[in-house]
Design a protein around this ligand. Structure first.
Ligand code: SF4
Length: 384
């Protein structure tokens, strides 16, 4: 029998290691966690061979001083390879379909496994808390395993007053190890230069065309300035190596593609830390059931009818049927009027562009704006 050359033997070992990494990812959509000194036993490779594995096979890895997280690289873009992304998505759909048959208790067990794996990698973890329903579930789950974990609240400066009060009360009642981060600029300053975030979650092509056709500058630079930058600064300052977030794939197709590509525990080059999505497979129903079962306090905005509780001035959701604009009009009239008085023209033009002039929301906003204009005119007549 022909014996394998040394090179062939190395290739064989790398191939086996790669298949173990792929299997773990496809079964759980999380990376394989290995102690560095256990690499030979678990994967049959040495620490020095990690880079060789990476150059010969499509893998990513992230390591700290003692452990390494390994996973297959994201598939190439659709225009490069028509099938790889879809194949990955099918695997995720298969996993999601299996999970959907489980009870809430069984789903929670999967979440706890993801949290345990994430914590086993991390030396300095944190959990992001926005005051929303998904983040209270993640916070509650993570604190079962690490009660004193650092909790990050990113106060964008355009948070609802109810959200601020809710978080402060919760921090006191739950004795949270809370840190509040703030941007070094304001929402209003950013949008005056970079454009208002209106209806901006669609395709890049549509957004560009909409701006050209309407002549209105729209943008989401505020997310970078108000959310990304302050958290990045904190990560660097406190050397945070893991952040838990409440992202769920059922929220949008983009989230699903993102999870299929990068998995539930991934290194983020944006934040320069590992990000973990322990409830990625939860449906909205699961979230509410979990909250009910544990009698978790929720942000009072939900009881006012709001579906989303982030920045009150955000108009990214304006094309959705449950956009916050009508809830704002109903519950926070002063904030709503401020918005319409100063940015109503742009908001209405964009909404009209997408939905047409007969949309009842367009008509309502137009009527409010006209009333403001009439009032202004009558005041200026009185003054003269
Ligand atoms: S959520 Fe909206 S308003 Fe808030 S930072 Fe992001 S784009 Fe801007």
């Amino acid at each position: 029998m022909e014996s394998l050359s040394r090179e062939d033997m190395v290739d064989k070992r790398l191939e086996i290691a790669y298949s173990i990494i792929v299997r773990e990812f496809e079964e759980t959509f999380t990376p394989l966690l290995v102690e560095i000194n256990e690499l030979p036993k678990t994967l049959g490779i040495s620490f020095e061979e990690l880079d060789l594995l990476k150059s010969k096979h499509q893998i990513r890895y992230v390591l700290n001083t003692t452990k390494v997280l390994l996973q297959p690289k994201e598939p190439p873009k659709l225009k490069v390879d028509k099938t790889a992304k879809i194949r990955r998505l099918k695997k995720l759909n298969h996993l999601l379909s299996n999970i959907s048959k489980l009870s809430l208790d069984e789903k929670v067990e999967i979440s706890l496994k993801i949290i345990r794996k994430s914590l086993a990698y991390s030396k300095n973890p944190a959990v992001a808390f926005s005051g929303g329903k998904d983040s209270i579930v993640v916070l509650h789950l993570v604190r079962q395993l690490m009660p004193n974990i650092l909790v990050i609240f990113d106060n964008t400066g355009v948070e609802f007053p109810e959200t601020i009060r809710y978080i402060k009360t919760l921090a006191k009642d739950w004795n949270l190890n809370l840190v509040e981060v703030r941007p070094d600029t304001s929402f209003w300053k950013i949008i005056s230069k970079k454009g208002y975030p209106i209806g901006g979650r669609g395709s890049q092509f549509f957004m560009k065309k909409m701006q050209e056709d309407t002549g209105i500058k729209i943008g989401n630079k505020c997310c970078y300035e108000l959310k990304e930058k302050p958290v990045k600064r904190l990560v660097k300052e406190k050397e945070i190596d893991l952040i838990f977030v409440g992202n769920r794939v059922h929220e949008s197709v983009m989230r699903k593609f993102n999870l299929a590509d990068f998995g539930a525990i991934r290194f983020s080059s944006v934040y320069n830390t590992v990000i973990s999505w322990p409830i990625f497979f939860f449906t909205e129903k699961d979230v509410w059931e979990y909250i009910k079962r544990h009698d978790l306090p929720i942000n009072p905005l939900y009881n006012m009818g709001y579906k989303r509780v982030g920045c009150w001035a955000c108009m990214q959701d304006i094309f959705h049927k449950d956009s916050r604009i009508l809830d704002l009009r109903k519950n926070h009239y002063k904030l709503y009027m401020y918005l319409i008085r100063n940015y109503g023209e742009d908001i209405i033009t964009i909404l009209k562009y997408k939905t047409g002039p007969d949309n009842p929301v367009v008509k309502l906003l137009e009527s409010d704006l006209n009333n403001i204009k009439k009032y202004k005119n009558s005041r200026s007549k009185d003054d003269s």
